[in-house]
Write a protein that binds this ligand. Structure first.
Ligand SMILES: [Zn+2]
Length: 217
């Protein structure tokens, strides 16, 4: 695989870009204990989006990891998780938003948020704020108590941990370095994002040289 692009998201920022079918997206936590929210839309029709509900239905687990397929709202594969060095991510909670900070954190001043960073990043691709769904919260560590109550714990990711996903369709992708104190053990760090070329198909293995066969009359 060849790295086609790589970028470092500064703490509490986000971006959006295109990924083609077959290409790989690697999300890296360079310093540890940092969450990255991921969402995506079909380039062909952006009203097809990455669906938490469909994905959890078909995986029959809320803890998604290597080998799981991430589905769209139309039940088509959008991503396959190819490598996962952490094994704990969240797909239940929405991206942190300005309202997250007023309702949960009781913040009265401006606070950066994944939702606003996704809105800003995805706007040039024609994605409206109301279209942004529940994000795959990469490295976010959410435990569920027997009562159903949620506990947001420090991410299990250490420096250099990553999630590698293969795009199963042409995608518009939004990704952030999360801005919520609780999700990131109280401090904000960068996130590294790489796009890799599609691996060469198996059929592209070197073939025998047909000219080596002796000529026959
Ligand atoms: Zn966030």
């Amino acid at each position: 695989m060849t790295v086609l692009s790589n970028l470092r998201l500064a703490p509490q920022t986000g971006t959006a870009f295109l990924v083609s079918r077959g290409q790989m997206l690697r999300i890296i936590d360079p310093l540890g204990e940092q969450v990255s929210d991921l969402t995506s839309f079909s380039q062909e029709d952006p009203s097809e989006w990455l669906s938490s509900g469909r994905t959890i239905d078909y995986a029959n687990t809320i803890y998604l990891t290597t080998g799981h397929t991430l589905y769209s709202n139309r039940s088509r594969p959008m991503w396959t998780i190819v490598e996962d060095t952490v094994g704990r991510h969240d797909f239940l909670l929405t991206p942190c938003s300005p309202e997250t900070f007023t309702i949960i954190y009781k913040t009265t001043t401006h606070h950066p948020s994944c939702f606003q960073n996704l809105v800003d990043g995805l706007r040039p691709f024609g994605i409206a704020p109301d279209a942004i769904p529940t994000t795959l919260n990469v490295f976010m560590n959410v435990e569920i108590l027997p009562s159903g109550e949620l506990r947001i714990l420090p991410p299990r990711s250490c420096a250099g941990d990553h999630l590698l996903l293969r795009a199963e369709m042409d995608l518009i992708v939004g990704v952030t370095a999360c801005s919520a104190e609780l999700s990131n053990n109280g401090s904000f760090k960068p996130i590294d994002v790489e796009v890799h070329s599609a691996p060469a198909p198996a059929s592209a293995a070197p073939r025998r040289d047909v000219h080596a066969a002796p000529a026959s009359a």
